[in-house]
Design a protein around this ligand. Sequence first.
Ligand code: NOJ
Length: 690
Amino acid sequence: MTTHWKPLIALAAIAWAAAPAHAESLTLASPDGKITVTVSDDGGQATYAVSYEGKQVIALSKLGMLFAEHHGFERGLAIAGSATASQDTNWEQPWGERRVVRDQHNELAVTFKPADGPDRQMTVRFRAFDTGVSFRYEVPEQAALQGDLNLTEELTQFGVGEQTTMWYTPSDEFNRYEYLTRTAPAGKVDDAHTPATFKNADGIYFSIHEAALVDYAAMSLDQLRPGNFESKLRGWSGGPKVKTRAGFTSPWRTIQVAPDAVGLINSDIILNLNEPNKLGDVSWVEPGKYVGIWWAMHIRDRSWGRDQIHGATTEETKRYIDFAAKHGFAGVLVEGWNIGWDGDWYNNGDLFDFTKAMPDYDIEELGRYALSKGVRIIGHHETSANITNYENQLGAAMDLMQKVGVRQVKTGYVADAGDAVRIDENGVRHYEWHDSQFMVRHHLKVVQEAAKRQISINAHEPVKDTGLRRTYPNWIAREGARGMEYNAWGTPPNPPEHEAMLAFTRMLSGPMDFTPGIFDLKPNERPPLRENMQRGDPSNRPETTLAKQLALYVVLYSPIQMAADLPENYEARPDAFQFIKDVETDWEESIALAGEIGDYVAIARQGRKSKEWFLGAVSDEEARDLSLPLSFLEKGKKYRAQIYRDGPDADWKTNPYAMVIEEKVVTGGDLFAVRMAPGGGFAVRFIPVG
Ligand code: NOJ
């Protein structure tokens, strides 16, 4: 790494708000020279711009921040120094989409000071990778910024262009991140969560997100002028956006850039910008597949609460454990096991007790029984976003999980956005946002408490992922988008394009516990199980073919993958179930091969254990013929390809179960041609045969 500080620029004595006499402009290029960032103090403002092969990606855009108690960094600024560095290293993930990750980037740290104001400074550190750029604010401890520093505004802008196509979910509505992906010219979008994905008139794809969100508020995008977004930080109730002190760094603001859509998926920027593993030996973090007492609740066969159809009984849990053991699943998720589910659990977060099991759930016996079968129970902590209630019990709750052999806990924060409960030290109730600094702190606290007990966390209704799994590898997955459950009761259910959207949007942030693998594709059309049973609306159903359900195990990355359907539905289709049993969840390598946002995507992954390759592809509502080079396979080797594809007349609407299962011998020199049905897809396992 080389570092070089420029001498301070001599500054003319000019009025505080005026521009420095000579604007300065600095440039940083990616290692391959294709991406360029220009940083300047033109007009007394800190600005940056990004281009790809000379074409504009982000127009000249402002940087800065404002504080409640002190002057911020906004106007009258001048570049006071800069330093460059570069790095090219490899590091290993304990689990992930690939084992070895290359971190190759060039860096430029630019220090801004008021041209003639009080002596304050902030540094904006830029990194340019071949797949995008990033920057963060660093405000060092300094005499001028003593005491509390409450951020009222971060002024980062992203000039993406009014006509640039944008794929996004809205950020200011009640359902957190759980919206269908919308497509619109950027100039027409009011607000958006990140990752937000774009394609501009030059055909350049890019995605705006953030990395390493620690002790800060999450950023969303707020439209200022058409085509120009400003970072919007989610504030505390009645308070600032971020409570901090000088000596802080912001999360990285990331702009992934690629000439094609799959280039966005094949980027490791987010992980590279996070700190290395802080937990040491994490061999106890176990990727793998699981089943659970879960879908039965969503399709109304069972309930979370205590009534005649309570799902989490000792007997029913044993049935799932036996099923898991028989078919090689590592875990059994059990929801509704603890006190607090009776009644209106959505609004009664203060009633949840995380150390008391329901009377019909023998927690100790089930822990023992599971272990005797080589399976582990997966714990569940639904908090209904009463954070204080959960934090008050956190240590004891995790102790209990550890005592009964649990290695993984699914947490849940069901509540409207902005309704997470914080009771302050005076007993006063406040409501916070799911993506506020308060919740960012909370999630990390849970992950750290869990790590002390060798437990991994899979958070639902979480704050979005920003790559912290690198630093805390026990943060194994999260939800943070519309998952499978919407196909049981969502209005509308997820449309056929949903997963081909997720792959290029939500999935750029990290693993998702989507819970694929539904085999009974019309769950709400079954006859009632009991008298007076009201099934859900039959128009709620997974809008997919059976083959596509298998493809999701490869397409939507998560180190933990659920086989979400009921055991009896798998036992009815052992042929298709075989793929779920065979597919791995931890990868040596992953390559997104082809795709367009919201249309289709094909991804190949090599298993870490078996070294077998798996290929998955999904389509939207259109039928598509794909022809993919198998060049990811090892040269000179033959492979038995076990193919699960849509049958000739398959269609998610009219004929979802039509599937062809066949075997072929292939090599890396072959082109692999497959037709996907409307709402369809395919899954392939490649077994090396010499
Ligand atoms: C919402 C979660 O996404 C779902 O998986 C869970 O079953 C319910 N909350 C209950 O905790």
